[in-house]
Design a protein. Structure first.
Length: 226
């Protein structure tokens, strides 16, 4: 049974999430503040954490940073802060996804399923990923159908497809592909994403896998099994 720790100072949200997650066969624990969350994480070892940012004792970003000092447990932020700066700060601190309040319980549960699926998959060196009508071979660094990617396009794509379903922040992409001196060059991201869509998406004008989260970053959405 997957263990989920829900961290929020609103009792009604804790109750609602505990009921909905337990009904879907998750084992659930709750924490009303950051200090309790950090202690429970160390003692209980959850498989997933759903975390509010506006906690009474610690800021949620501090909690993420504290967790990332010793664990890679997936973290989904659930917060009323809709500003893109808050979202980017949480993602850069190590959060795996971000859902804004008020939220749909169905959307949140879908994000939970996506994260638990992703972490349950082993990162095999011979892994292949389907993008549109093409097969991306992560070991051989090739794309089927005679598609040629430049080294920069490949680096950009690999960061996305190795993290299926995960929102990758603009800051992380710019740092890892171009370097920390290029953090303001967000137009690079738009340009290279457009190039990848032209080469890989079935309908580049209406992408279904190489997705943009405005003001935040980019996400690779795997195709459902055929």
């Amino acid at each position: 049974m997957t263990r989920v720790l829900v961290v929020d100072d609103e009792p009604q949200i804790l109750r609602a999430l505990r009921v909905n997650l337990a009904a879907r066969q998750y084992e659930v624990a709750v924490a009303p503040d950051g200090g309790t969350a950090l202690r429970q994480s160390a003692e209980w070892h959850p498989d997933l954490i759903i975390l509010d940012l506006g906690l009474p004792d610690l800021d949620g970003v501090e909690v993420i940073q504290g967790l990332r000092g010793w664990t890679t447990v997936p973290i989904i932020v659930l917060s009323g802060r809709a500003d893109s700066t808050d979202k980017v700060d949480a993602l850069d601190a190590g959060a795996d996804d971000y859902v804004t309040k008020p939220f749909s319980i169905d959307e949140l549960l879908a994000r939970v399923r996506a994260v638990t699926r992703r972490t349950g998959q082993q990162d095999e060196e011979n892994a292949t990923v389907r993008v549109g009508d093409h097969v991306v071979d992560l070991a051989d660094k090739t794309v089927s159908g005679g598609v040629h990617l430049t080294p920069t396009e490949w680096h950009f794509l690999e960061l996305l497809v190795r993290n299926p379903g995960k929102l990758i922040s603009q800051r992380q992409l710019l740092t890892e592909v171009w370097g920390s001196a290029y953090l303001k060059e967000t137009h690079y991201l738009r340009q290279y994403m457009a190039q990848l869509r032209r080469k890989l998406e079935r309908d580049p004008a209406h992408p279904v896998q190489l997705l943009t989260e405005p003001g935040m970053g980019y996400r690779f959405q795997p195709l459902p099994p055929e």
